[in-house]
Design a protein around this ligand. Structure first.
Ligand SMILES: CC(C)(COP(=O)(O)OP(=O)(O)OC[C@H]1O[C@@H](n2cnc3c(N)ncnc32)[C@H](O)[C@@H]1OP(=O)(O)O)[C@@H](O)C(=O)NCCC(=O)NCCS
Length: 350
């Protein structure tokens, strides 16, 4: 016979108490962001370093992308290592004991192995023995997708304390002979800790206000890996139609933020901080202009970190928090686009 844990005895279920609050009470259950953390590998590769290996230049890369350098994982350093290294400071900043975590959702396109989920290895590395743990794959939108899944589970009462992680070693899927792609990406990880909490209903109450997810698979071939742990039977490299991606990135990311604002009865001037996916400074600036968000309210880390795919948003948000750019009550808008195409947005009242 299975023994029930203390919490199961209290709630009579494997899951925490379900959502019994409604808007009528003026309060609702929301996911509160209670901590964040980041990790970047030690090894830094500058544009000049790349120019010694391929036909490119610091001037070209900076002008077209804003990227100055990227962090590259050491030999043997895996996505799970980066993810766990980001989760530790996230849990510390939240004051959350690893044993409290009952959900880990990890966004990555570069898992350690085809299976099990990298999230389960991260779980073991953190000493967490009782939590649901799985990966989400939506490439550069992966973090917004993972946040959406975790937020829904927390709001439904299926989890109380969640780690949402974006972690990548894109350096392992780059064709280092292809100057059109290899200069754009880097490795890294970031994590948020969510906790179930009772919050004022509506857009003024703290917590995750919404997530909106989209995909259009007719663009599958615009950004993809031509092999890997799928069913194609070959190891692969990232392939990209750069200008096609660029065009959709600006339009879709900006529109996803507009949709999120409308859904929450908010307006563009309400945004205190815009945290867009970090692919290219020109894309970031274009989104800021389209949304009429002042540049000092736009977080840009792409210059020093390049595009770390699913990790860019939690890395950028953690950077902003650590630099005192986020205060209680701020409205944070996050948006991303990635291969698929997949894209989405989330609004958080900090
Ligand atoms: C990749 C990107 C910077 C390329 O800029 P671009 O203005 O479109 O440049 P193009 O691809 O048209 O290439 C222009 C020229 O630069 C060359 N070039 C490409 N990469 C180069 C590099 N690293 N160094 C020097 N020259 C380079 C090309 O070969 C081409 O040369 P040609 O005119 O002699 O044929 C740009 O398309 C982009 O940012 N796209 C979005 C990519 C992205 O964000 N992807 C991830 C989304 S999640």
């Amino acid at each position: 016979m299975l023994m029930k844990t203390e919490s199961e005895q209290q709630t009579g279920s494997q899951y925490p108490e379900s959502n019994t609050f409604s808007k009528q009470d003026g309060v609702v259950r929301k996911s509160l962001v209670v901590g964040c953390g980041a990790y970047l590998p030690e090894n830094i590769v500058t544009n000049d370093d790349l120019a010694q290996r391929i036909d490119t230049s610091d001037a070209w890369i900076r002008k077209r992308t804003g990227i100055r350098q990227r962090h590259i994982a050491a030999d043997g350093e895996l996505t799970s290592d980066l993810a766990a290294a980001a989760c530790k400071p996230a849990l510390e900043s939240a004051g959350v004991d690893p044993e409290e975590v009952d959900l880990i959702v990890l966004a990555t396109s570069t898992p350690d192995n085809t299976f099990p989920a990298t999230a389960t290895r991260v779980q073991a590395m953190l000493g967490i023995t009782r939590a649901a743990a799985f990966d989400v794959q939506a490439v550069c939108s992966g973090f917004v997708y993972a946040l959406s899944v975790a937020d829904n589970m927390v709001r439904l009462g299926q989890a109380n304390t969640a780690l949402v992680v974006g972690a990548e070693v894109f350096s392992r899927i780059l064709d280092w002979e292809d100057r059109g792609t290899c200069v754009l990406f880097g490795d890294g990880a970031g994590a948020l800790v969510l906790k179930s909490g009772i919050s004022e209903a509506g857009a003024n109450g703290r917590g995750i206000l919404s997530t909106h997810l989209f995909a259009d698979g007719t663009h599958y071939d615009s950004l993809y890996v031509d092999g890997g742990p799928g069913t194609t039977g070959q190891a692969g490299f990232l392939r990209m139609a750069g200008q096609e991606v660029y065009r959709h990135a600006v339009h879709n990311m900006a529109e996803a933020v507009e949709i999120a604002l409308e859904a929450n009865e908010l307006n563009l001037p309400d945004i205190d901080l815009l945290v867009p996916h970090q692919a290219n400074i020109r894309i970031i600036e274009s989104i800021g202009r389209r949304l009429s968000v002042d540049s000092d309210k736009v977080v840009a880390t792409v210059g020093s970190q390049a595009n770390t795919s699913a990790a860019t948003i939690p890395l950028a948000l953690t950077h902003a928090v650590e630099n005192g750019r986020v205060k209680s009550g701020d409205l944070i808008a996050m948006t991303a686009l990635g291969g698929g195409f997949t894209w989405g947005s989330s609004l958080i009242r900090w």
